[in-house]
Design a binder for this molecule. Structure first.
Ligand code: S3P
Length: 167
């Protein structure tokens, strides 16, 4: 396959974990776009947000996304990657896209247990405020995510089924 497989979806939907497994299964390289960004900017994403602001981060993210063109790899994107500029259109044209879907409640459970400090968008949010944020952001982002070629219910779909839907 000469096109990347892009995993898209909200923070905490399991893009990185599934991406690694999928890459392994398909014998492809795995690329985490957040890591590519961190390597290029030479600092953590929260530090970059604080120093340069979200707009600059989104420009960098879009540029580095487009540098992945033609790679034989499974690529997990950041939760906001498909939702800025023409990124989703580009993803559709240049790869196979998989949307990992989870309900706001399930995302909430997973994000409560994750390292919130590593995600600037979630700073200071817990419990009800976090759930409300997830519901609102997901509503805003779902129209982008839903354009993906393949939709996967993350909790109820086996790796084999996912692989079959790509082939
Ligand atoms: C973001 C998601 C993060 C990272 C950045 C912004 C977002 O990636 O790109 O903190 O706006 O949803 P993950 O989805 O891998 O957490």
């Amino acid at each position: 396959m000469d096109k990347p497989i892009f995993l898209i979806g909200f923070m905490g939907s399991g893009k990185t974990t599934l991406g690694r497994k999928l890459a392994n299964h398909l014998n492809l390289k795995f690329i985490d776009l957040d890591h590519v960004i961190v390597e290029r900017i030479g600092m953590s994403i929260p530090a970059y947000f604080t120093q340069y602001g979200e707009q600059k981060f989104r420009e960098m993210e879009s540029q580095l996304l487009k540098e992945q063109r033609g790679k034989r790899a499974v690529i997990s994107t950041g939760g906001g990657s498909p939702c800025f500029f023409d990124n989703m259109e580009w993803i559709l044209e240049n790869g196979i896209s998989i949307y990992l879907y989870l309900t706001p409640k399930a995302l909430h459970n997973r994000l409560q247990q994750s390292n919130i400090a590593s995600r600037p968008a979630l700073q200071g949010l817990r419990d009800e405020a976090l759930l409300q944020f997830i519901e609102e952001k997901l509503d805003e982002r779902a129209p982008f995510y839903k354009q993906a070629h393949i939709h996967i219910d993350q909790l109820n779909t086996s790796l084999d089924t996912i692989c079959q839907s790509i082939e």
